[in-house]
Design a protein around this ligand. Structure first.
Ligand SMILES: [Zn+2]
Ligand SMILES: [Zn+2]
Length: 217
């Protein structure tokens, strides 16, 4: 999504710059800097909406896969997958996070471009700032995807275990040297055994790789 925005903005900035290598902020505004940013804002809003609905669809299918791989049933809890995907499990839901990213991106982009032009930076530095900002937000979006999808799959597995009448789960880390102190502590507490209703929500943080497995007594 941010790559598309970057390309579009670079095209618009070509018009703002014309054949010049440096321009003043006043001239940039006269040549349409503000209206270019407004166009970008509109495009970003549209793309964010699309991105949100496609992420929700993917989240639903990750939940259902986790559930069906675990539960001894072939019945799909469709409604639950929808409710879960919209649930703000980490303080915000995926759609709100995507919107928050978009807002931050626009703010960073606008003030960054204006500051560079004000400081008399070259056209090339403005271009590389636009590209770098787009890349940064693409990475954030990819992390958001990974985190949300991992969460939904783990929720599906957990609900599948509940369907199978599992009463206790074990919290299991990857047991390598990348496990963080928080995850380590959750695995060590009471040997990682929790009543399924109190299972720690996964993931604990982006890049957390922990899972729940059924605890057999
Ligand atoms: Zn961790
Ligand atoms: Zn973890």
């Amino acid at each position: 999504m941010y790559n598309k925005i970057t390309n579009k903005l670079l095209t618009l900035m070509n018009k703002v710059y014309g054949n010049k290598n440096e321009i003043s902020l006043g001239l940039a505004r006269k040549k349409g800097l503000n209206s270019s940013l407004k166009t970008i804002q509109k495009e970003l809003n549209k793309l964010s909406k699309k991105e949100t609905s496609s992420l929700y669809k993917e989240m639903e299918s990750y939940y259902l896969n986790g559930y069906l791989d675990t539960a001894d049933t072939t019945r799909k809890p469709i409604k639950k997958s929808k409710d879960k995907s919209r649930h703000p499990w980490s303080g915000m839901n995926a759609g709100q996070r995507i919107n928050m990213h978009s807002t931050k991106y626009m703010r960073e982009l606008t003030s960054g471009i204006e500051n560079l032009i004000r400081k008399g930076a070259s056209r090339a530095s403005v271009v590389s700032f636009i590209v770098a900002t787009g890349d940064k937000y693409s990475d954030r979006l990819a992390t958001l995807y990974r985190t949300e999808l991992w969460h939904m799959e783990r929720e599906g597995v957990l609900d599948g275990m509940k369907y199978n009448k599992v009463k206790f789960i074990e919290y299991v880390t990857r047991r390598d040297n990348r496990v963080c102190p928080e995850c380590q502590a959750l695995e060590e507490y009471n040997d990682g055994i929790y009543p399924i209703e109190d299972a720690p929500i996964l993931p604990r943080h982006p890049h957390c790789r922990c899972v729940h497995i059924p605890h057999e007594k």
